[in-house]
Structures are given as C-alpha cells and as structure tokens.
Ligand binder design. Structure first.
Ligand code: MLT
Length: 240
C-alpha cells in the first residue's frame, strides 16, 4: 500500500486519483456524517453549493429529508440543522436523507469524488477506516484533510496520523510523502490530549466562540462509533 497524506483538498494532485480516498474533517463534517449514519440516516448527500442543495433536496418529500449545514461554523438560515453531530440523534435523522453543505468538508469530498473508493473518517470512527484499509489493502491511499479555506487544520492531520499510525505495525505500506511522517508525529504528540489540541486549533477557537464546546468534546472521542461512511454515488455516503 502506498500511503499519502494531504493536509487540504487544494494540496491534492489534480492529475491523478487514488484507489481509495479517505476524507477527514474532524471539526465537524465527517464526525457529523458518521454520527448521522450511525443513528439511522438513510444517506448523507454532500454539496459545496447551497443553491444546488436546495434544488436537489426540493425533489424529496419534506418528511424524508433534512437540510443541514454551516457557513463559518454557524447554521445556514432556514435549514433544519447546522453541522453539529450532537443534533444527529435517531429521533431526528432516522430513515431521512441529510442534505449537507459545509465550508470545507464537502469541498474535500468533491475534490476526490471520482476515486475508485471514497470513505470518510474522523476520530469517532477512525478504527473502522483502519479496518477497511487492512481488509481491502488498496494499492494507493490518500488521507485527505479538509483544512479551513485552503489552510491546514491540526485536527484533520492528527486524525490522518492516527490512521497511519494504526497501519504502521500491521501492514506492509510505503510512506509516499513526508506528510505521512509529519501526521504521525503530530498525532503521537497529542494523542492523549486531543480535546486540548482542538481548543487551541483555529477552527476549535472559532467553534468555541459559537458556544460549541460540547461539539469539541464529542469530536475528540476515539472510536465510539463502529460505522464506515462510503460513497455509493457521487457525493452520496451510506453506511457500509
Ligand atoms: C467544514 O466543513 O468546514 C466544517 O465541518 C465546519 C464546521 O465545523 O461545521
């Protein structure tokens, strides 16, 4: 397995695609996607663009859909939900499709949507991603952080490091770029203080200003969900 880490969608190569792309947006899109599917959502369909989301979701019965998303971390006006994983309880999401738009996570999904396989990961479910990679052994894997508007995010690269670190001892893999080593180093430095890292990160600070400390606490938990979101059609994620 050739393993690459990219800190942001913008830093991924434009002229190639991996056998498996793992999109990571710990705060909070991929945590929310895992939580919604674990709670019984039918699927999560991701959109970069709010107008496109409105057009596509309008074709669904209101009782079968939820419009969810944020801009700058805050809920989009008129939507059913923001982007908090804590809102994705079975009572709210079961049997419904979440139409989700976020500032960065949905852009990262779009960037690698043509990869042979696309899965998503966050700390809450990263072991499920590791198990998938160990079982399928795709020959090229990209761990893609979502970052923030083109810049790098500590928490996404730390999660990529957690996945790479779990693979190290168990599989014959080739470190294909230096970002893999950097991600593992970042993860091992903070692994027992993930919440503290989130509180110091720029997006963590942004969410704290929006009164989202409970979101940070939730997103910092490791492997509380045994669910692996996998793309089954362009930008539609289902529970595998
Ligand atoms: C994003 O996609 O940028 C994030 O998920 C933003 C957020 O925290 O809601």
């Amino acid at each position: 397995m050739k393993l690459f880490v990219y800190h942001t969608p913008e830093s991924t190569p434009e002229d190639s695609l991996p056998d498996c792309a793992v999109v990571i947006d710990v705060l909070r899109a991929t945590t929310t996607i895992a939580t919604a599917l674990n709670a019984g959502a039918e699927a999560v369909q991701a959109f970069k663009d709010i107008d496109e989301l409105m057009t596509v979701s309008s074709q669904w019965l209101p009782q079968k859909r939820l419009r969810a998303g944020e801009r700058g971390g805050a809920k989009v006006d008129g939507f059913d939900l923001g982007n908090s994983p804590l809102d994705c309880t079975p009572e709210v999401v079961q049997h419904k499709r979440l139409f989700l738009t976020t500032t960065n996570g949905t852009r990262a999904l779009e960037r690698v949507q043509s990869a042979s396989v696309l899965i998503t990961a966050a700390f809450v479910n990263c072991q499920a991603a590791v198990n998938y990679l160990l079982e399928k052994e795709p020959s090229t894997v990209w761990l893609v952080g979502s970052g923030w508007q083109g810049g790098y995010s500590l928490e996404d690269t730390a999660c990529a490091g957690a996945i790479a670190h779990s693979l190290v001892s168990k599989i014959d893999y080739q470190v294909a770029n230096d970002e893999v080593i950097a991600a593992i180093a970042l993860y091992t430095q903070w692994q027992d203080r993930m919440l503290e890292m989130f509180e110091q990160s720029t997006h963590g600070q942004r969410l704290l200003k929006l009164d989202c400390h409970r979101d940070l606490e939730y997103c910092a938990q490791s492997n509380i969900l045994d669910v692996l979101p996998i793309q089954n059609e362009a930008k539609v994620l289902i529970k595998s």
